[in-house]
Design a protein around this ligand. Structure first.
Ligand SMILES: NC(=O)C1=CN([C@@H]2O[C@H](COP(=O)(O)OP(=O)(O)OC[C@H]3O[C@@H](n4cnc5c(N)ncnc54)[C@H](OP(=O)(O)O)[C@@H]3O)[C@@H](O)[C@H]2O)C=CC1
Ligand SMILES: N[C@@H](CCC(=O)OP(=O)(O)O)C(=O)O
Length: 420
């Protein structure tokens, strides 16, 4: 790897460099983009030791700063996680190139041929959490979809991100594209994050991935168009008809497999008719998880703390689970309407009618039937990776992959027609 290629440029200059790279990547052939991606995966694998060494520095700083253990888990890379970064890039290579796809076409009575064609957005700015893999996921998705990635990662991951971005930029240069197709902002202060949100004319779409503080800052300060990929206060409703064994497996996976991520479950809502049976089993299975429940829950599980409305509104991102016993499904749906953040909501049921009722009425980016909330992830859903999970309705919703990083353009071909 080349020594750190830190350049002494301002935020404006870096953004201008990114803007200047849009034309070339927008028109690059699929084979050139795939060659760059293959090189990127190769470089990550070849330099995994350097990535892990930089990550060690971030981890040391994080523990000195007293970051929560789940936030440290988000930051942590190991051999398998580096392998997964390369693997996700390889999966993106295999996906169809969305650029140039004709999404509809028709001929008017006056002989005009009209078609809609997929085109890149331009510069995609991303402000993201302290997961270093997002640097390569976002860079790879942007490149394949003909966009430029302008990356503002978390200050906590800056050393890991620098090494990864340098490797990706080198790989892109190898195939003759401008390295500025992936540009990492080296400034880690909040003031520069604020300026980033106001790079009018330089950023075509901003994707803020993060919690409530970031979302508030975006709503107050952003002047560029954005798609919020916000916090996940996710629920599982266990219906009276649920298979209890299945419910336990799904709840455990949704809570324990990686508790610090946005698609982990935070509250379980249980139909009163099966509450005693399910809670007794959960008490044992989730022995490592702190439970916070309503009065009825604490009567069944004495170790559970009494939950407040604040608990139901909290995304714990930790081994803490809120529980509420509900009278029926409408009661569960009301709770989700009140406390949900529109991310991922699940029902466990053996009733087809109840599954449909829930899916039709719950307003979230993803609804799941008899499956773990952890599946709401771009890679798991076949998108190779994700640039984020949109919790808003425009311009995309749920895990955003290649297609969500494009827009469409009308191409109208005539033979001299004029309007009368
Ligand atoms: N829907 C989705 O796709 C995703 C959602 N999330 C959500 O993100 C949260 C976890 O990540 P966490 O690290 O806590 O997220 P944060 O919101 O703390 O940080 C995310 C990014 O935003 C920056 N940031 C945070 N607050 C501000 C602010 N007020 N002004 C400017 N920049 C800001 C951070 O910078 P710095 O760290 O340098 O301070 C970081 O780069 C959870 O709520 C999770 O659900 C996470 C990833 C994906
Ligand atoms: N892609 C993720 C979920 C989204 C995400 O990145 O969340 P977070 O760890 O909260 O930053 C996954 O399931 O691995």
């Amino acid at each position: 790897m080349e020594p750190s290629e830190e350049r002494d440029l301002s935020l404006e200059e870096l953004a201008q460099g990114a803007k200047s790279a849009t034309q070339v990547v927008a028109t690059a052939s699929t084979s050139t983009k795939n060659a760059a991606l293959a090189m990127m995966a190769q470089e990550i694998l070849a330099h995994s030791d350097e990535i892990l060494a930089a990550n060690e520095i971030d981890l040391k700083m994080a523990s000195e700063l007293g970051l929560a253990s789940t936030a440290i888990d988000r930051l942590r890379l190991d051999h398998n996680r580096v392998l997964a970064m390369a693997q996700q890039i390889k999966e993106i290579i295999k996906l169809p190139d969305p650029i140039g796809q004709v999404t509809s076409g028709y001929r008017l009575a006056n002989g005009l041929n009209v078609r809609k064609v997929r085109v890149p957005l331009g510069v995609v700015g991303i402000i993201y959490e302290n997961r270093p893999n997002v640097t390569s996921d976002a860079g790879a998705l942007c490149l394949k979809s003909g966009n430029v990635a302008l990356l503002r990662g978390s200050s906590a991951a800056i050393n890991s991100n620098r090494v990864i971005a340098t490797l990706l930029r080198g790989a892109i240069g190898e195939v003759g594209l401008s390295p500025d197709v992936i540009t990492l902002i080296p400034f880690t202060d909040r003031a520069s994050a604020g300026e980033f949100m106001r790079l009018n004319g330089k950023i075509d779409l901003l994707i803020p991935r993060g919690g409530r503080s970031l979302v508030e800052a975006i709503k107050e300060n952003a002047t560029v168009p954005y798609v919020i990929d916000g916090d996940g206060n996710c629920h599982i409703y266990v219906d009276e008809s649920a298979n209890i064994e299945m419910a336990i497996e799904i709840i455990e996976n949704s809570k324990v497999q990686r508790p610090g991520v946005c698609n982990a479950v935070e509250t379980v809502l249980i139909h009163t008719k099966i509450a005693r049976q399910l809670l007794s089993a959960l008490d044992e299975r989730l022995s490592s998880v702190q439970l916070r429940g309503d009065l009825n829950t604490t009567a069944i599980v004495p170790r559970a703390l009494l939950a407040t409305d604040d608990d139901y509104a909290t995304e714990f991102l930790d081994l803490v689970l809120a529980v509420k016993i509900v009278d029926d499904m409408p009661d569960a749906i009301d709770h989700i309407r009140r406390f949900g953040t529109g991310h991922s909501e699940a029902i466990i049921t053996e009733s087809y009618a109840n599954a449909n009722y829930f899916c039709e009425r719950v307003d979230a980016a993803a609804v799941l039937v008899n499956a773990s909330t952890r599946f709401v992830d771009g890679n798991q859903l076949g998108l190779g990776a994700e640039i984020g999970i949109s919790t808003q309705k425009l311009h995309a919703r749920g895990p955003m992959g290649l297609v969500e990083l494009t827009t469409e353009k009308y191409v109208i071909e005539g033979s001299g027609q004029v309007r009368s």
